[in-house]
Design a protein around this ligand. Structure first.
Ligand code: NAD
Ligand code: ZN
Length: 362
């Protein structure tokens, strides 16, 4: 079966284009009772961005905290809060932040129109009703969450996305000025998420010309951002921000029609058991995968050196047997990722013992 890929309806790109958000929302404010829910990373509380929000009197401002990556319980709390705010549904939801905040905005837009708990919908195409119109405004680039058809959530039993056509944003606003002040280490980790998406997609067995077209361009942009520029070359920073924002978008498009691979499978294990965040978790896992992605890992290490990044080490050293087993089972449960990396025979290559050896190296 061929995938019938749902794309975002509208995309805006350019430095300063965030100022047009009010115009976009105006078209959704059909009557005097219309209101908008802004889902904003609380890192922006008290900043210029807060003052720039096109906030109208009836609107709701939901500050979200992403110290922990999104959990289904948090999504359910936000949904209840939004339901209690007004008797009507919002005309639009605007998610402003990195991958975690964009995922929370996606999940909220789905859960406002679908009954029950968000963990009921972790999986593929379980969502029945169309979501509330939702807009992404990324302030951190690399995850590709702005283009994907999933919202990654940690639930009581699993870390798994709500994958559906209704998850896809209706509008994306790509304003590279908004990623200018991201701390350099965070920028690197989330940027590497994109780099790894490209490597895993391009070297995977699921590769096709659709994914290759996006993946090759995204990879070139990542190299321009992270190999040609050091961390403190400010004059080049604006160009690099433009490139990184498009790399994230294209990297996301690439994996949408192929798949990620071994690194993401292992990083999901780290995240589930240790709470390791996605970007840094992917970097830690990728560094252990020289055997599978030799060229990519070599280049990744070059980028780490250039940007003075020291990865945490020995993070699985004192882990209990029970946690190690859980981590292995979460990771090996992601069959399509392993199949993409290693082919149909993956179970004979990526045994429990092999996965354990890899985790022990991290
Ligand atoms: P993030 O959203 O978790 O944010 C990381 C940190 O950066 C947070 O402390 C945040 O407050 C801060 N931050 C964000 N923007 C900032 C800015 N402009 N200035 C200063 N600080 C800023 O990080 P991320 O790497 O973008 O996202 C990771 C999340 O994305 C994970 O939850 C992961 O599961 C998810 N993800 C989703 C998809 C998808 O397709 N839906 C794909 C990959 C990852
Ligand atoms: Zn990723």
């Amino acid at each position: 079966m061929f995938r019938n890929f749902k794309m975002i309806s509208n995309v805006m790109f350019g430095r300063g284009c965030f100022t047009q958000l009010d115009d976009i929302l105006k078209k959704r404010r059909h009557h005097s009772k219309s209101w908008v829910a802004f889902v904003v990373d609380d890192v922006f509380q008290g900043t210029i961005l807060e003052r720039r929000l096109p906030f109208h009197a009836k609107d709701m401002l939901l500050w979200v905290n992403v110290n922990d990556e999104p959990k289904t319980s948090y999504v359910d709390k936000l949904t209840l809060k939004t339901h209690n705010f007004a008797r009507t549904l919002p005309s639009a939801i605007v998610g402003i932040g990195g991958g975690s905040t964009m995922d929370l905005a996606k999940a909220l837009s789905l859960m406002l129109t679908n009954p029950g708990f968000s963990h009921d919908y972790q999986g593929w195409d379980l969502i029945k009703n169309p979501s509330v119109y939702h807009i992404a405004v990324p302030t951190l680039s690399g995850t590709g969450a702005e283009v994907s058809r999933t919202t990654v959530l940690t639930g009581p039993e699993k870390k798994l996305g709500i994958n559906s056509d209704h998850t896809v944003f209706d509008q994306v606003i790509l304003d590279p000025e908004l990623i200018h002040d991201v701390p350099s280490t965070q920028r690197f980790y989330t940027g590497m998420d994109c780099y790894i998406h490209c490597i895993e997609s391009l070297q995977g067995t699921y590769i096709n010309e659709f994914s290759r077209a996006y993946g090759e361009k995204a990879l070139t942009l990542c190299r321009e951002v992270f190999l040609n520029n050091g961390p403190d070359q400010d004059e080049k920073r604006a160009d690099a921000d433009d490139k990184l924002m498009m790399a994230s978008f294209f990297g996301g498009m690439s994996i949408a029609y192929s798949q990620v691979g071994a690194c993401h499978a292992l990083s999901y294990g780290l995240s589930y058991v240790l709470g390791t965040h996605h970007g840094i978790g992917c970097c830690i896992a990728f560094d252990a995968l020289e055997e599978f992605y030799p060229e990519g890992v070599r280049e990744f290490r070059e980028m780490m050196t250039k940007h003075n990044i020291q990865l945490p080490r020995n993070i699985t050293k004192k882990m209990s047997k029970e946690n190690m087993d859980k981590m292995i089972s979460v990771s090996l449960g992601l069959a399509p990722l392993w199949e993409n990396c290693l082919g149909e025979d993956w179970k004979n290559i990526m045994t429990k013992k092999k996965a354990k050896d890899l985790f022990k190296r991290m």
